[in-house]
Design a protein. Sequence first.
Lengths: 295, 238
Amino acid sequence: MILGLALAVFGVAVPFIGSPYMMGVVFQVAMWIALAQSWSMLSATTGYLSLGHAVFYGIGAYVCVLLTGTLPFELALLAAAGSAGLFAALVGMPVLRVRGPYFVILTYGLSELVRHVVMRIESALGSFGRMIFDVPSTEVLLWWMVGLAVLATLGAYAIRHSRFGAGLAAIREDEVAAETVGVPVTRLKLLAFIASAIIPGAVGGLALLRTSYFEPAQAFDPVISFTIVTMALVGGTETVRGPILGAVGFALLSELLWSSLPQLYMIVLGLTLIGFILFVPKGLSGLLGRIGRAA
Amino acid sequence: MTTPMLSVSGLRAAYGPVQVLFDVDFDVEPGSVTTLIGANGAGKTTIMKSIAGLVAPAAGEISFEGRDITQAASHDRVDAGLCLIPEGRLVFPGMTVEQNLRLGAIAPAARAGHSEMLAEVFRRFPRLEERRGQQAGLMSGGEQQMLALGRGLMARPRLILMDEPTLGLAPVMVKQVFETIEELRATGFTILLAEQNAKVALELADRAYLLENGRVALSGSGAELLDSPDVRRAYLGM
């Protein structure tokens, strides 16, 4: 909580004190916190690991690019979030029937499917990327993104500490047992899926406004999904601070690598992930907890 | 003749093309212990799962306290007052004893007064209170069975379905499970018990049904089935 609060204050203050570069970094960090935290609402709680969260981000970006100019950007972002949630509601029932590795592959496949469909639609319309003009200032976008990161963190916290979260944890432990004690398994999974989709939709919209350029292959890039999962795992999935630590650590690491060792960037990131999975299964959060207890 | 608490009629169930239940009929009277006995694969677990809503029957009707629940969702059945203690116990292994028990009261009807219920479960099973902070997956089979039953009681059921509660337990624990069932009956619970341990189950049962290949082959009081030459030869080894 203190960690989150400090980050939020820093994020809001950064336009007054920091350079454009600094603002860019904070925007990225806030974005990844919002995404990883949203992902954790479904995947960390139930153990249904989504490898397709780029689809919600992409839908948000697409809806936002179609509506910007027609609607004020605040409403376009709301529509982006709503569309991502609606999409989750529509596909959730069949998708959440499968578990384990099948769910992982299915969410990845679904995300790729939507990416290709949007690419076909766009090329059929003769569009090779859309530019948008008249976007809000960088400061405004940054505040929105920090707001989403805070909202996602509060949401993830609220879910974990509610009866809803207890039901989701029961599903992760043993789905049949959860059903025998009276957890409405299907309904809870669907609600968690929708909850985890909404904020990524708005994040996609905001990221679009920041780059002011839409290109389907980029908006639905599967690397977004991979990065979310990596950050959440590196940070640790057992606590709400995990995704924050993962996003901050990862974003800072990548900034450092890009500036000093650009040619080794992906290699080092890959090694980091392998190292964490093998030696620090509870992530940075678990590591901090262990150090805290030892001290 | 009182109305049965649970009434199963014409129940059929299949896993894919393989039919496992053929027009099964039976009743459970309120306040009784009713036992389903039969060999492995006779269909006991499928019957239990159908009643709990974990398996969708192909045909037939299940009614609980006069209400048709054949199509009801499993969580609505728990809320209505019936609870399955599943085969293999299925405790939440990574959670503590207390977390397991609290999850047992997740059904809306069980939420009010779940602290009193927790106290009652601890009174019934002092061992669970001693171990309330222990991770459930690390406990012995007997303790896990106690926990599964305690978790079921947290839902405040009127009918408890117990599927093979003694499976894999040491003889001393088996005895304890049956004592617990008697205590539960004495305090007003109704119990449907599926057991391979036919002798003890029949001694305890008010009413019993012998299942063979997905059909009810024989029914009667527990004592009647104990005296039946077929049961004695095939299931009691006498």
